[in-house]
Design a protein around this ligand. Structure first.
Ligand code: 3HC
Ligand code: NAI
Length: 653
């Protein structure tokens, strides 16, 4: 297969890139593009060139698998310069995603025609990089500087309409993209070439004060990620310098970041997130049909799961205990969808349509036709078993039965129904319609096509699905339990909860473990500890501080206090002398001499606890790989992505 082909139709050359799956700009594509410039320049029969890509997307970036290897010429920056310097006008015809190097190639083209569904962006920041083929230089010369900085620093792609409004797209296709791009090319053929972007002045540069505000806001969100900070620097430099000098400067920053351990970590995560869902047992196994799903429980998780399912186009029936609980659950769903309308994520019409696919009941018989049921009732084995007995009675025999339990034994739940092969764990994270992670828990008797159905659902919901074995807490909550215990030890030994939280934030977590527990509610963890109490090793160190906080009815933000105090409904916790007194009493009762902890020691201890539990999980086969653990901790528990996950970070030393 040739990666780049040229056809000539009525004096327009159509240059097609065909490098599945995402037309990444690997060596063969770069060589093909350089040759296409030379050939079309030399061919007098060609008046203009349309650059288009085959398959599902325009070029989605440089080939990430080539990173870290010696560069094979021509490099991408040179290819973009060749296109920009071509004698014939080049028109990029963009569908799918023009990302990173893909968008940079499109910026080298003299014009851009985009499909209405196309997305255009420079996501290099997520790989710990900045655009390295002129993106930071050409973008602020075609779109307003603040827009360019935002695109570079956030990596968020923009849609076709936005691209046309800000000047990035010259036209949005109305019919067939290729035909519209050819028509566009015929219209501009023979006219003077526009001035190359690299030779232009920036679009309406901001005055220093306004720039300071824009840059300050973007950098404030960096959480220590170098590529965000350096991306903003690169755009500022690109505006200050002339084009060629700015290109050199961008290259220098790109190379600096390529050698930054953060980029190695982020590239590790990129491939890890794509490999973790590959499970040998279901290769070639067809999933069961999924159209109508039942959800049991309309609380925090049940309602969030309903929203996620509705947004994926599935019909949903919610079951609650009684009319009042059902009304409350349905209201939660309706309110969440309203919030999505307010945030501009869906239209009011879409909300109405989704609510049309959503019904509720308190009689289980309403589930007689569902393809899948997800149980999200209280975390109590007896309650769950009662629910599964009802599901056994009313659902069709091939329906998949899933539990969203956080910690309970999915084998025991499976054994409570006639056909355990249809029981699976689908562990969502809160808020379920937002969080990307889904742990797919595999009990012993699970049928392969039920497992395949779990992964098919994960795909429909656009989640990262990670397979996990049955144990107390699966992958994520088990590691959470281990490092929370370590944090409890440190608090009893002398570190204040706010010091532990501050150390975690400085490392890159969005919030510390104690603030997180207060947000999630302390009661679920307390119930789990009480459940484990009878089997706990009496010789194991046990810190009672959290239990004593719960005994006071302090369950976190929802009760106004927990580890911290939340006066007047505030979401920002303040250290509370009551908690400090409990800590000091418990330390004295345990005979501990308290001492101070540095932020480095706190992080070392947390990482150590995560890694040793991670190793145990791997040895027991609960996780398929160290990558799976990293992906879970990053996407479910706020572990900083640019550190690569605990297992990766530990290897880096
Ligand atoms: N290089 C190499 N492989 C890539 C790739 C890339 N840029 N982008 C995707 N792939 C691979 C994936 O690893 C995956 O391989 P697999 O099937 O063997 O696991 C396959 O393509 C399909 O990818 P997804 O599963 O992610 O497919 P989706 O349809 O869900 O998403 C996508 C498609 C939106 C294009 C997504 O793959 C994506 O976001 N890719 C990365 C885009 C990116 O970061 N581009 C910038 C690269 S850096 C750069 O361009 C530097 C330049 O400035 C010099
Ligand atoms: P919740 O207390 O907010 O909601 C539980 C709901 O189940 C309540 O609305 C209750 O009325 C309903 N319910 C109880 N018994 C029922 C029955 N027999 N039939 C129908 N409905 C019944 O609890 P939450 O937080 O939503 O948790 C639910 C499950 O999800 C638990 O197993 C929990 O461990 C798990 N989970 C919770 C997460 C969280 O962050 N809250 C995250 C992941 C899993």
């Amino acid at each position: 297969m040739t990666a780049v082909t040229i056809e000539i139709e009525n004096e327009i050359a159509i240059v097609t890139v065909d490098n599945p799956p995402v037309n990444a700009l690997g060596h063969a594509v770069r060589v093909g593009l350089a040759e296409a410039v030379a050939k079309t320049d030399a061919n007098d029969a060609v008046q203009a060139v349309v650059l288009i890509a085959a398959g599902r997307t325009f070029m989605a970036g440089a080939d990430i698998s080539e990173f870290g290897k010696p560069l094979a010429e021509p490099g991408l920056p040179d290819v973009v310069l060749m296109i920009e310097g071509a004698r014939k006008p080049w028109v990029a015809a963009i569908h799918g995603t023009a990302l990173g190097g893909g968008l940079e190639v499109a910026l080298g083209c003299h014009y851009r025609v985009v499909d209405p569904k196309a997305k255009l962006g420079v996501p290099e920041v997520h790989l710990g990089l900045i655009p390295g083929a002129g993106g930071t230089v050409r973008l602020p010369r075609v779109v307003p500087v603040a827009k360019a900085a935002e695109m570079v620093a956030t990596g968020k792609p923009i849609g076709a309409k936005d691209a046309a409004a800000c000047g990035l797209a010259n036209a949005v296709a109305k019919g067939d993209l290729r035909a519209d791009a050819v028509t566009f090319a015929q219209e501009i053929a023979g006219k003077d070439l526009p001035v190359a972007l690299v030779d232009r002045d920036p679009v309406a540069p901001l005055d220093p004060e306004a720039w300071g505000t824009v840059a300050g806001k973007l950098v404030a969100k960096a959480r220590g990620q170098n590529s965000v900070i350096r991306g903003v620097d690169a755009v500022a430099d690109a505006v200050r310098l002339d084009g060629p000098a700015a290109l050199e400067n961008e290259r220098a920053i790109f190379i600096e970041l390529m050698e930054d351990p953060q980029s190695a970590a982020l590239r590790h995560v990129f491939f890890a997130e794509r490999s973790v869902s590959k499970v040998a047992a279901i290769k070639g196994v067809a999933p069961r049909d999924l159209r109508h799903v039942g959800v049991i429980g309309g609380g925090t998780m049940g309602a969030g799961i309903c929203v996620a399912l509705l947004l994926a186009g599935l019909s949903v029936t919610m079951i609650e205990r009684d009319n009042d609980a059902l009304a409350a659950g349905q209201k939660r769903v309706a309110d969440t969808l309203s919030a999505s309308v307010k945030r501009g994520l869906i239209s009011e019409d879409k909300r109405t349509a989704l609510l049309g696919m959503f019904v509720g009941d308190f009689v289980y018989d309403a589930l007689d036709t569902v393809d899948l049921v997800i149980e999200a009732v209280f975390e109590d084995m007896d309650v769950k078993k009662q629910v599964f007995a009802e599901l056994d009675r009313v659902t069709k025999p091939e329906a998949v039965l899933a539990t969203n339990t956080s910690y309970l034994d999915v084998n025991e739940i499976a054994a409570s129904v006639k056909d355990p092969s249809r029981v699976i764990g689908l562990h969502f994270f809160s808020p379920a319609h937002v969080m990307k992670l889904l742990e797919i828990v595999r009990p012993d008797e699970l049928a392969d096509d039920v497992l395949a159905t779990g992964f098919a659902l994960g795909k429909m919901l656009r989640k990262i699905s990670v397979p996990a074995g049955v144990c107390d807490g699966f992958i994520g909550n088990r590691i959470l339990t281990a490092y929370r215990r370590e944090c409890d030890y440190m608090v009893e030994d002398g570190a204040a909860p706010e010091e532990v939280d501050a150390a975690m934030k400085a490392y890159g977590f969005p919030m510390g473990i104690f603030a997180m527990q207060d947000m999630a509610g302390l009661d679920i963890g307390w119930a789990a500890r009480k459940r484990r109490a009878p089997t706990r090793d009496p010789n194991e160190r046990y810190v009672r501080i959290a239990d004593r906080i719960c005994e006071l009815g302090r369950f976190g933000q929802k009760t106004g206090s927990g580890w911290f105090n939340y006066p007047d409904g505030s979401r920002r916790g303040e250290p509370d002398p009551i908690v400090e007194a409990i800590i000091i009493e418990e330390a004295a009762a345990s005979g501990v001499t308290r001492r101070s902890f540095s932020a480095e020691e706190i992080i070392e201890r947390i990482l150590g606890a995560m890694v040793s539990e991670g190793e145990a999980i791997l040895a027991e086969g609960i996780a398929q790989s160290a990558e799976a653990i990293d992906v879970v901790m990053i996407n479910g528990y706020g572990f900083p992505r640019h550190k690569g996950g605990p297992m990766f970070a530990a290897k880096q030393g």
